[in-house]
Ligand binder design. Structure first.
Ligand SMILES: [Zn+2]
Ligand SMILES: [Zn+2]
Length: 291
């Protein structure tokens, strides 16, 4: 979501309960309940960041807009604008043993991208460059599209995302590059021998991992997608409660990027979330509560 999207007349919905001010020290703070709606009256920038005025509250928010609320899209036109910003490539698998899902494919009138956990479907007329692929999981996608016609949808709750921590791979830098360790040439171990024996020992230069990290350098970190932050291991492993199921917060957050405030149907038997947003669809695989 970018701040340009927010404009007067836009409806917003709060992601968390805000209980600061307004007070003499913090005249720019506000009260709002999680899930509450407001309509933006005015937007602008200031040295603290980004501010908005919205009806029903006395004051503006400073530098907190993107974290604290998201816009509610109601008209088809607004939703189309959001859908057009979805980057299908971001949903493709990087698993080279499954080449058929490493790029978007066309099926059932949709341009589809999936990594096996999250699937996003956008009307084909918005992606004229995507083509049919007979190796793609076409039958599965058609079955999933059929599920949508029988499902009963309701407005999705705002997810209670757990707090994030510094990414362990890039240590918060967002960018990281790896070079082979000079002592072990990437093996993680070094060998010695004498007339009696041959010895293998963990490389002390790289502590056995075979490479050296350079933080803040090179490509975007794959672990945190360049944000420098990730959910805690336990939150990912155990999942979070959402709309009657359990789900990996990464997958939920990924699916709802640019698909804010969708309608949802959780299919308990299939452990599958169906999301509907204008002409776009998304599926997120849930987790087994007894795993
Ligand atoms: Zn990272
Ligand atoms: Zn080494």
């Amino acid at each position: 979501m970018s701040e340009e999207i927010l404009k007067p007349g836009q409806k917003i919905r709060f992601l968390r309960t805000l209980e600061e001010g307004p007070s003499a020290e913090a005249p720019g703070r506000y009260f709002a309940g999680k899930g509450a709606y407001g309509t933006i009256d005015k937007v602008g920038g200031c040295k603290e960041g980004f501010w908005v005025f919205w009806e029903g509250w006395r004051s503006a928010s400073f530098g907190c807009a993107r974290e604290d609320f998201y816009p509610v899209y109601e008209t088809d036109e607004e939703k189309e604008c959001c859908i057009s910003q979805i980057n299908l490539d971001a949903y493709c698998s990087t698993d080279e043993t499954r080449p058929y899902i490493t790029k978007p494919f066309l099926v059932g009138g949709y341009a589809v991208a999936t990594n096996g956990h999250v699937m996003v479907m956008i009307p084909e007329d918005m992606h004229p460059d995507v083509v049919k692929d007979s190796d793609a999981p076409n039958e599965t996608v058609l079955e999933i599209i059929a599920l949508f016609s029988d499902a009963e949808f309701k407005l999705a709750d705002v997810p209670d995302y757990p707090a994030k921590q510094k990414c362990l791979v890039c240590v918060g830098a967002g960018k990281v590059s790896f070079t082979d360790c000079k002592e072990c040439h990437g093996d993680g171990a070094v060998n010695f021998f004498n007339d009696f024996n041959e010895y293998e020992h963990t490389c002390q230069s790289c502590k056995g991992c075979g490479h050296k990290k350079r933080l803040g350098h090179g490509a975007s970190c794959i672990e945190c997608c360049g944000t420098g932050l990730t959910y805690k291991h336990n939150d990912i492993k155990d999942g979070i409660d959402y709309m009657g199921g359990l789900v990996n917060p990464n997958y939920l957050e990924q699916a709802l990027t640019n698909m804010v405030h969708p309608e949802v149907c959780y299919l308990e038997g299939r452990r599958m979330y169906l999301f509907s947003f204008g002409r776009a669809k998304a599926i997120v695989m849930g987790m087994n509560k007894y795993d």
